[in-house]
Structures are given as structure tokens and as C-alpha cells.
Design a protein around this ligand. Sequence first.
Ligand code: FAD
Length: 443
Amino acid sequence: KKVLIVGGVAGGASAAARLRRLDETTDIIMFEKGEFISFANCGLPYFIGETIQERSKLLVTSPEMMKNRFNIDVRVFSEVIKVDAVNKKVTINSPKEGQYEETFDNLILSPGAKPFIPNISGIDSKKIYSLRNVPDTDRIKKAVDQQNTGTAIIVGGGYIGVEMAESLIQRGIEVTLLENAPHILSPFDSDMVAHAEKEMQEQGVQLMLNQRVEAFQDDEDKITAYMKDGNKLTADIVIMAIGVVPDTAFLQNSNIKLGQNGHIIVDDSMQTSVESIYAVGDAVEVKHFVHQQNTAIPLAGPANKQGRIVADQICGIPTKYKGTQGTSIIKIFDITGACTGLNERNLNQVNIPYKVVHVHPLSHAGYYPGAKTISLKLIFKEDGKILGAQAFGVEGVDKRIDVIATAMRLGGTINDLTELELSYAPPYSSAKDPVNMAGYVAE
Ligand code: FAD
């Protein structure tokens, strides 16, 4: 049996490793168009900010290790440019080998998503950067390392934009973040995200909301962003971080069904519209765990889980993907924001009625030094079923959202939150944990 994998990072590499563990004999070939496989995408902003100091730490594994440890044939600088689903073969383009074909019994697609770059005037300036992979990171780091880089514009207040703002501030750069929406961090509701915006401003980020960039102009050593409302802003570099689009152009005309934004359509076995072909990760449209409608949520956890499921499926183990819940977390300087499930905006869009409670408990017992307030928002149905939660605070935010995310996975209600027996000693929590408290208030 021969399995080909397109994309060698989160989804692709986890599918490959699981496949090998399940089956020692399958031929596995993994194609990666870039130089690196299995790199730590999520660590890239922290390397630019120098919290992670060694570049080698970003490279989790290498083609040689995949060969030696798992007997997987990894081919880097190898771009799959065409999939022939009928004749079960792909065409690869590589600078070394030129164009060639490879046949398959099963194909796993994990090409991921790439930064969305709007088609506006001046966008091809060399002073404009985006961040997806190690070469992008090297380019940004090089610019930041230069003495004369003192100011940056970040376009987009999503997770990557916010992480980059912190990293650049840490490097002594003056940062202005432009956001088109009335608030940054769209996974959170506007009442909650105020915590993040306040922290960013206090740490020196100039936040400009409701600002749509319409054009750039590159002058000799500066770049100017022109906004729709007539504002303009000049800096040394620009980071574009306004979201991602699936990297699936090579699948046009392949018979593999794509959604309207180019995501690969899969079923709960992660199988595409073609029987022998599976797809995972940022490139696919999946069901949302909470309302079961189609969604695309680009996160590393789901990509890894889906990779495992595909390997199971190919080996005859009927594991199913039950949907993405959107559990995510972000460090914003000294505070943490985390969320899971649907927010009010999402729920209003699909007309699902809901109730909300806000609680502001301490992260641990008040009489033990260092306790900090957590702002926790719980969203649930009339019958008590939990639909989502969001939290901001200095400590203990991750644990509370993860507990609620777990309860949601298991179909939990607000009543279940009151019953959870969670670990407690004064340095860590209170006898009534913030999660219990949210349940009590919601009841
Ligand atoms: P990717 O990891 O993007 O891998 C796809 C690979 O396929 C790429 O290397 C690409 O070069 C290759 N490829 C594409 N097309 C072809 C082709 N035709 N032929 C050959 N190779 C091809 N998620 C979190 O959950 N938490 C975080 O903190 C977090 N931080 C992030 C920070 C940054 C800066 C970035 C960029 C992403 C972050 N993510 C985070 C998102 C996470 O990295 C992705 O959800 C995850 O990597 C998706 O895995 P994937 O396999 O679908 O795609």
C-alpha cells in the first residue's frame, strides 16, 4: 500500500507518524513545498520577540529523523501541483527533480492556510511582511534586528497580529495596530475583549480600531498606510495579519469538492468527495462541535487530531471527527485570554437563543498572596447546556476555560459545572472554584 501526504507540518506530520505506528509496511511519502517540516508555527512570533532564543528550537523534527525513526520518505522543496483523483496520481514540482508523478492508494491533504493578502495598491512593497513559516520569520527578524527599524504597523488584530504586537514591543519597536472591526480578537465578544485592548494600550501598543487600509505607498526608507477614512500612518515595516485562506489552488479541477472559500469539504471520517482521498487541518471545512454547522477554524489541536483520525481510517479503525469547538488561548503581555465554543456574535448569526452570566472570582483564595480577578463569561441554553465561555485574567484562565471546554465536549450543563470537584488549596483556587461559581450563578 502506498500513502502520499501533501504538507509536512501539523496535520501532515501527525498523520504520517500515526500511520507508521499502526502499519509498519505501508510506503509513506510526505511532500512539503517549503524547506522545513514539522516546525513550530505557533512559536514563530516568540522567536521574533526573542522569548524563544534559539532558532533550532522551532524545528521540531527533520526529514532525516522522519526517515530514521519512522521510515517515512520526506521530500522537501517538493510542491504538489496537481491531483488526478481518477487515475490516483499526483504531479510534483521540485527544483532538483523537475516535474514528476507519483501514484497512490490513499492521499492525505494537509496543505494548510496562507495569509490573506488583499489586492490593494502598494501591497508588493518589500517593507510589508506576513507570517506563516520559518523563512517569513527569518525575514521579519532580520528587519527587526536592523538598527533603523523603529516603527511597525500591524494590520489585523487577530491572534497573530496581537502576538506580533507584543513581540515587537518587546524588541523596542513602536507598534500601531490597525483593526478594521470595532474590536480586536474576534473569537471574543466585545464586552470581554476590552480587557485585551486595555492591556495592549497600557503596554504601549497604539490601537486604531475601525481602520480599513486601502493602499500602501513605499517611499525610500518608510512605508505609508492610507486608511479609508482619510487617516494615514507611516512606519518602517508593516505586518499583514488579516486572516488566512486555504492553500488549495492546486486542487482546482481535481474533482475534489471545495467550499465557496476554497476549503476542502470532508465528512466525519475526514474523507473528501473522492473515496481514497482524505484532508485535514486549516485547509478543510468541518462541523462546529456546538451547532454542527460548517465552519473553518485554523488551530493546531484540531489539525493534529484530524491527522490521527485519517491514519486510523486508512488502517480500518473507524474513528470519527466530532467537530471543532474553537478552544483557544492568547497571551496579551501580562494577561491571558481564552475561550471555547460559540460567542454571542456567532449565536446571533445563527439565531440560537442563549443566556449569559458574568462572574469575577479570584484566581485563588483571597487570603493567600497574589490572587487576581478572573473575568469569566458563560453562555448557555435555556435548558442549561453550555454553548461557550470566555475569560480574561492574569492567572488561572487557561485551567478554567479548559475545564469548561471539557465539560462541553461531554455534553455538560451549567448544573454539571456546579458539581465538578476541582483541585483546591489556597495557592491554586478556592473551595468554590471559579468554574463552580459560574455554574452557581447561572443556575
Ligand atoms: P500547516 O501547518 O500550515 O502545514 C501545511 C504545509 O503544507 C505547509 O508547510 C505548506 O508549505 C505545505 N504545502 C501547502 N501546499 C502544498 C503543496 N501543494 N505541496 C506541498 N506542500 C504544500 N494554532 C494554535 O492552535 N495555537 C497557536 O498558538 C497558534 N499560533 C500560530 C502562530 C502562527 C504565526 C501561525 C502561522 C499559526 C499559528 N497557529 C496556532 C495555527 C496552526 O499553526 C495551524 O492551525 C496548523 O499548523 C495547521 O496545520 P496544517 O497541517 O493544516 O497546516
